[in-house]
Design a protein around this ligand. Structure first.
Ligand code: NAD
Length: 253
């Protein structure tokens, strides 16, 4: 992929699943990766695996719901050079029918999946505007395009992130900044396993495998290609787009 060598990439939630796989791929493409994660040990594991493989990476223990922590970590990164790419990947949910859910759960889900990315954008976009270049890839969800039972508030956040991405893509198109959203379908990560435990979990997995045209859940390694592409020079005229990676489970026009 063209243009990623030497680029400085902040990726949230890089300690696990889709984020960790994407950090590794950015490093393989020659980028310097700054791994932000609530779980500092997980962030350090991703970064040190990259360093051991000869790549460049740093780890930051950051809770993206904490605006001050976000601004301070972004300042640490930008003190050493530009922030060329931001990937908002950190996310979280718990499966509960909306009618049975309480406002504590809504607050947590909205804080992590909506306010967190908003803080990250607010910290990074002014830097990109000053540089007159930047790429943002937001990891949303097919739940935000087609809904997902038991994930009403999460779906609202992810739908919000898709709309936010399009709006910012319009606002910043002439400032050299491009933003796009990637929507995973069901993906075999620790987040998915936390919903699909035990016998019921196995039934959910089997039902999904039947429903997904390509016959399997996504794996973390299914995402780095599209994310790195959208951050690369090969995607130089693409902005405001939403792309599902779901083995054909959703096919949006
Ligand atoms: P994961 O749980 O494997 O990884 C998420 C990472 O985000 C973890 O390392 C976690 O510590 C970190 N994180 C959580 N809250 C944070 C916070 N407040 N601040 C900083 N870091 C935080 O999950 P995953 O499945 O790899 O999910 C990655 C993204 O993909 C999420 O945005 C998720 O909503 C989205 N997604 C996942 C699926 C799926 O089926 N796994 C489907 C659709 C969308």
């Amino acid at each position: 992929m063209r243009g990623l060598k030497g680029k400085r990439v902040i990726l949230t939630g890089g300690g696990s699943g889709i984020g960790a796989a994407t950090c590794r791929r950015f490093a393989e493409e020659g980028a310097h990766v700054f791994v932000f994660d609530l779980d500092g040990n997980a962030a350090r594991e991703t970064a040190s695996a990259i360093q051991q493989g000869g790549g460049e990476a740093g780890a930051f223990e950051v809770d993206i719901t904490n605006r001050d922590a976000v601004f301070s970590a972004v300042e640490d990164v930008s003190g050493g050079g530009p922030v060329d790419v931001l990937v908002n990947n950190a996310g979280w949910d718990r499966l509960v029918p909306f009618i049975e859910s309480d406002t504590d759960l809504w607050t947590r889900v909205i804080d992590i999946n909506l306010y967190g990315p908003l803080h990250m954008h607010h910290a990074v976009l002014p830097l990109m505007k000053k540089q007159r270049h930047g790429r943002v890839v937001n990891i949303a969800s097919d739940a935000g395009r087609v809904g997902s039972s038991g994930e009403a508030v999460y779906s609202a956040c992810k739908g919000g992130i898709i709309a936010f991405t399009k709006t910012m893509a319009r606002e910043l198109a002439r400032s050299g900044i491009q933003l796009n959203a990637v929507c995973p379908g069901p993906t075999d990560t620790p987040l998915f396993s936390s919903f699909a435990e035990g016998e019921t979990g196995d039934k959910i997995k089997t039902a999904l495998e039947k429903a997904i045209p390509m016959g399997r859940l996504a794996q973390p390694g299914d995402f780095p290609g599209i994310v790195c592409f959208l951050a690369s020079d090969d995607a130089g005229f693409i902005t405001g787009q939403t792309i599902s990676v779901s083995g054909g489970l959703t096919m949006s026009g």
